[in-house]
Design a protein around this ligand. Structure first.
Ligand SMILES: Nc1ncnc2c1ncn2[C@@H]1O[C@H](COP(=O)(O)OP(=O)(O)O)[C@@H](O)[C@H]1O
Ligand SMILES: [Mg+2]
Length: 263
């Protein structure tokens, strides 16, 4: 089993985060920590506020109250060492730029042209898009576009990668490939990952730890350490008794969250 270094060091702390839209409370005091090197999945039903939570953590929108502390600093704008990959790849890549230009975009001004070119190439190779840099997003499948969006997130070596249901819009076969890709990249780039999904199997398969959300107004109802061995394998991991146990626990909590949701 892989031993994670510094695994007790808190990288990201979410403290009493609340968010309301008008009179409607969506997030109702969210508290959790993510340690350096961890892969944490947040799972909750549709409409429970997962995107709202991730956008607040990333500094893309202000919470109503509470705060996120990242690397010792309160988040008030998107931190340089934090990258976000969204669900909707068709809107996250700029259609008038090639894939390589899209990946290079956040690297602007961080080094020489040759240096940036090298980092873009490395990121494209890592996600299996070697030699595809000249293509435009609309010339690629959905899975390839999402690989490009992941490459863009990783190319500047973020300390944490936030992912908002990144594989919800791709077919099932592509999805399992991308899940394994993200697990591999997490090791290759030594990145901490906070991954949001409504898919229970995906959450349990990927995570070191699963945070289960209640229905809106939302809080974290349970924190489950998966205790599954690494490296993961789509067939073997999902056959383990422990996988079944965690899956069942999360499923039960989500069913109960849905039936108690007030909106
Ligand atoms: N900008 C907004 N203004 C008003 N309501 C919003 C806004 N964004 C999201 N909501 C509402 O907040 C709730 C949570 O949305 P969201 O965070 O997208 O949930 P999830 O990602 O879990 O599906 C939903 O009821 C949604 O309609
Ligand atoms: Mg969402």
């Amino acid at each position: 089993m892989k031993v994670l270094t510094n695994s007790n060091e808190s990288l990201l702390t979410v403290e009493g985060l609340r968010k309301s839209y008008g009179d409607v409370a969506i997030l109702d005091g969210i508290n959790f920590e993510v340690n350096r090197g961890e892969f944490v999945c947040i799972v909750g039903p549709s409409g429970s506020g997962k995107t709202t939570l991730l956008r607040s953590i990333a500094g893309l929108q202000a919470p109503t109250s509470g705060r996120t502390v990242f690397e010792g600093q309160e988040v008030t704008e998107p931190p340089a060492k934090l990258a976000v990959v969204f669900q909707d790849y068709s809107r996250s890549l700029l259609p008038w730029m090639s894939v390589a230009e899209n990946v290079a975009l956040p690297l602007k001004g961080t080094g020489s042209r040759a240096d940036i070119g090298g980092r873009v190439e490395r990121a494209l190779v890592s996600v299996g898009l070697s030699g595809k840099g000249k293509l435009y997003p609309w010339q690629m499948s959905g899975g390839m576009q999402q690989r490009a969006a992941i490459a863009r997130g990783l190319a500047y070596n973020p300390d944490v990668l936030l992912m908002d249901e990144p594989f919800a819009a791709v077919d099932a076969q592509t999805r399992v490939e991308l899940e394994d890709l993200v697990l591999r990249l997490r090791d290759e780039y030594n990145t901490t990952v906070l991954f949001v999904t409504h898919d229970i199997d995906e959450a349990v398969y990927l995570a070191d730890r699963v945070l289960v959300l209640s229905g809106a107004p939302t809080s974290v109802t349970e924190n489950i350490v998966t205790e599954l061995p690494n490296p993961r394998n789509q067939l073997e991991t999902k056959r383990l008794e422990r996988f079944g146990e965690v899956r069942e626990r999360v499923f039960t909590l989500i069913q109960s969250a849905k039936s108690h949701a007030s909106i």
